[in-house]
Design a protein around this ligand. Structure first.
Ligand code: AMP
Ligand code: GLY
Length: 429
């Protein structure tokens, strides 16, 4: 098979690494890819939002399957455009990607189909939004309706903070058009985990769980980021909780999407808040998480291409027999450019990745890397590397991942030193 993978981050490097190992993979292209991905795929310089160029590339190169990493091309309708040309794709249509692309759509769907989530209101005008905030009081959560690269959520601890967030978003100051409508919702107090499922429009296969570390600083302090690290499976996960998440959230959502005329195909990533042991849906993403995907791919044991192709064909039924998850914990430490998530320096030189990558249970995925004119590997983004390791326990995986991190010589970078801490702390009580 000829496969095109769309994206350029650590998630896509992890997917490319698994896809390239498939016996059925004759050619793997990645648009636009990165230097790490270039080790296992042929990178083609097409941006992820250039739908027409991506379609033309598939036609010109007789691509059999397109695997889409990030949300932007999904929300823009890449899968619909490929469908129109008869090109198979793994990912949701534009209508199904509204689960991620519109928080208002997602909340209304949950309300209509009794899927447990925080109570909410939708607003396009400021005065009713402010009245709602004052009526409910703080803490309260204000969200831009549309895509905002993971930054469209303000968890306000005071009424004044919530009012300011609503004002900024509705005035179009913070997130442009994405904030033309906002969702204001009840604050849920608990511990978060991520749960992943795969669907083909009819059948659903629950995958596994992970826990992300969204804040930039140790102990979950400082500003939010795209994710500073993750591990899988999440420490709170067990069979009973998995069943609750499937029965109350994943399966009802899949049924609801079919009933609404937009059956879901691809990865459904549920951000869950566990409140007193009960799961509530915080958000849906319609793709793998980054860096959660890196930990999932470390644990995946099977032929990923065969699985994604079965989903794209609508033939997922029974496919759970063909793969499994390694019982070990996988842990990913994100190395970012100093200054991230604020403004950060570019083009600082990174050395010794091969030394860090030398053990079979350790893997360094590239996210924001490039080459300078001298041919040296340099940082080109905020989140730059994902250093991953497998271990018998979270503590073992953590130790192995940081041993690899410490081999990397990159003066312009930093990372959190405590990825996995909640699991390790929970283990000690
Ligand atoms: P989202 O992009 O919707 O996942 O929100 C980003 C982060 O904001 C989540 O990972 C949570 O930490 C936090 N958050 C979102 N909604 C709520 C809520 N209703 N209650 C508490 N925290 C929330
Ligand atoms: N790590 C969170 C995300 O990919 O949205």
């Amino acid at each position: 098979m000829k496969v095109l993978l769309v994206g350029s981050g650590g998630r896509e490097h992890a997917l490319a690494w698994q896809l390239a190992q498939s016996e059925r993979c004759d050619a793997l292209y990645c648009a636009p890819g990165n230097p790490g991905i270039a080790e296992c795929a042929e990178c083609v310089g097409i941006p992820v939002d250039d739908i027409k160029a991506l379609c033309n590339f598939c036609l010109d190169n007789a691509v059999d399957l397109v695997v889409i990493g990030p949300e932007v091309p999904l929300v823009l309708g890449l899968v619909d455009a490929l469908d129109d040309l008869g090109i198979r794709a793994f990912g949701p249509t534009k209508a199904a990607a509204r689960l991620e692309g519109s928080k208002a759509f997602m909340k209304d769907l949950c309300a209509k189909y009794n899927i447990p989530t925080a109570a909410y209101g939708r607003f396009t005008a400021l005065e009713p939004a402010l009245a709602f905030i004052r009526d409910k009081g703080a803490p309260i959560v204000v969200k831009a309706d549309g895509l905002a690269a993971g930054k469209g959520v303000v968890v306000a601890m005071t009424v004044a903070e919530a009012e300011e967030a609503a004002r900024d978003m509705l005035a179009g100051n913070s997130f442009g058009h994405a904030g033309a409508e906002i969702v204001i919702e009840e604050f849920l107090d608990g511990e978060e985990l991520s749960f992943f499922a795969m669907a083909d429009g009819k059948h659903v296969i629950p995958l596994t769980s992970a826990q992300d570390h969204k804040r930039v600083g140790d102990g979950d302090t400082g500003p939010n980021t795209g994710g500073m690290g993750a591990y899988s499976p999440a420490h709170m996960m067990n069979d009973a909780l998995g069943r609750k998440i499937e029965e109350r959230i994943i399966l009802p959502t899949m049924k609801a999407m079919a009933a609404e005329g937009c059956p879901f195909k691809g990865i459904l990533f549920a951000g869950i808040m566990l409140v007193k042991g009960e799961p509530y849906l915080l958000e849906f993403n319609t793709r793998f998480g980054d860096p959660e995907c890196q930990t999932l791919m470390m644990r995946f044991d099977g032929d990923l291409l065969e699985l994604l192709d079965a989903a794209a064909w609508g033939r997922l039924s029974g496919a759970e027999k063909n793969f499994s998850w390694r019982s070990e914990t996988a842990l990913c430490v994100v190395m970012a450019a100093k200054g991230y998530p604020g403004s950060f320096r570019r083009d600082t030189v990174i050395c010794h990745i091969p030394e860090a990558d030398s053990k079979p249970a350790t893997k360094v995925f590239h996210a924001g890397t490039g080459y300078n004119p001298q041919g040296e590997l340099v940082a080109r983004g905020g989140r730059v590397l994902g250093v991953c390791a497998l271990g018998e326990t979270v503590a073992d995986a953590q130790e192995a991942a940081y041993r690899a991190v410490d081999k990397i010589d990159w003066a312009g970078g930093f990372c959190r030193r405590d990825i996995g801490w909640r699991a390790i702390a929970a283990d000690k009580v």
